[in-house]
Design a protein around this ligand. Structure first.
Ligand SMILES: NC(=O)c1cc2c(=O)c3cc(F)ccc3oc2nc1N
Length: 330
């Protein structure tokens, strides 16, 4: 390549970064790629050449920073600014309706609920300073988690830079798609390694890697659902929050539904109980949340969980009964 001035290289690198990050949002966040892989790969290679020749060009949001870096000795602890609570489970229609009765009694009126698929992954917390991803952590015990920033940087659906220079904290679920889980276990079986029992364990094992280069190959994804530190954002309901997260470049699960009665909630639950096995990711139920934040504040939390939410749990999916090829003695 002809000798480039630093300024020219800097302009080219910035343009390539913007273009490549946009392609990545289309592919990994919106599942709607606009270019073929080879177009991405060629431009990516060009950026790698520029960054190799001019290392000072490398920025924290460059797509080249997603391949994983140094191997850690261990994970630092992270004290969460606000706790990551767990959810109260309900297991049948009666318990769900009893939850609704408690809510109506406490707030003195019927409320709308935002219903979301309950993704069977790991809770994560992501912090951004002036729009840049600065820290990712596990839930841990709810108050103290592990700093897994290096690993989460390799998760392609997590934006390294937001569409606005905001300082916020968001929370959601990191999971492994069913198809990636099957492929990973096939590889492990071929290499004589122990297979993972389910996608949740596979995701957990992939996020607990001290070598983020391994995490980078596990094809993890995310669905974000909560703003923990709103910064300047003013969402006042859960459905607005989901729209805001999406606008900022986060991957959100689009199956959510605003239900104005508990009967609608029940219909939604029944519909997804049927569709569950066709989803490309595992869910273990439906999360039912009082939609209005002022009502959530009125309801508050118990020691371990919000009073304004319930997790309707599905029974464990019947494992496909695989009849092994029985070796018939000849
Ligand atoms: N697994 C999930 O897909 C999921 C999980 C939670 C929570 O764990 C959760 C915990 C809280 F204290 C409050 C809201 C929550 O909302 C949630 N929403 C979701 N969609």
């Amino acid at each position: 390549m002809e000798q480039l001035s630093f300024q020219d290289a800097q302009q080219m690198a910035e343009a390539l970064r913007v273009e490549l990050n946009q392609y990545a949002v289309e592919y990994y966040v919106n599942d709607q790629p606009s270019v073929e892989d080879y177009v991405y790969d060629k431009k990516y290679q060009k950026l790698v050449e520029l960054e190799t020749e001019f290392p000072d060009l490398i920025t924290s949001d460059s797509p080249t920073q997603r391949v994983g870096g140094k191997v850690l000795e261990g994970f630092e602890k992270v004290v969460h600014d606000t706790p990551l609570y767990s959810l109260n489970d309900v297991f049948n229609k009666e318990e769900l309706f009893a939850f609704d009765e408690r809510v109506k009694k406490a707030v003195g009126k019927a409320v709308s609920y935002c219903c979301e698929l309950k993704i069977d992954g790991l809770s994560i917390s992501l912090k951004y300073q002036e729009g840049l991803f600065v820290q990712g952590a596990t839930r841990g015990d709810g108050s103290v988690g592990e700093n897994i920033t290096e690993n989460l940087k390799t998760v392609k659906s997590i934006p390294l830079r937001l569409s606005e220079p905001l300082s916020i904290e968001v929370r959601g679920e990191c999971y492994m798609p069913k198809s990636s889980f099957v492929k990973l276990n096939e590889q492990r079986e071929e290499n004589g390694k122990e297979v993972f029992a389910n996608p949740r364990n596979a995701a957990a094992g992939s996020l607990r890697q001290l070598d983020s280069k391994i995490t980078a190959h596990r094809n993890l994804s995310t669905f974000l659902y909560t703003l923990a530190d709103f910064g300047p954002l003013e969402a006042t309901t859960q459905d607005q929050t989901l729209d805001e997260l999406s606008r900022l470049g986060f991957r959100t699960n689009q199956e959510w539904k605003l239900c104005n009665t508990i009967d609608e909630v029940w219909e939604y639950i029944e519909s997804f109980h049927e569709k569950r096995s066709q989803l490309p990711y595992e869910i273990d139920g439906i999360v039912v949340k009082v939609n209005d934040f002022s009502l959530q504040d009125q309801l508050g939390f118990t020691v371990k969980a919000p009073r304004w939410a319930a997790a309707y749990k599905f029974p464990p999916e019947e494992a496909e009964t695989v009849i092994e090829d029985i070796e018939w003695t000849v």
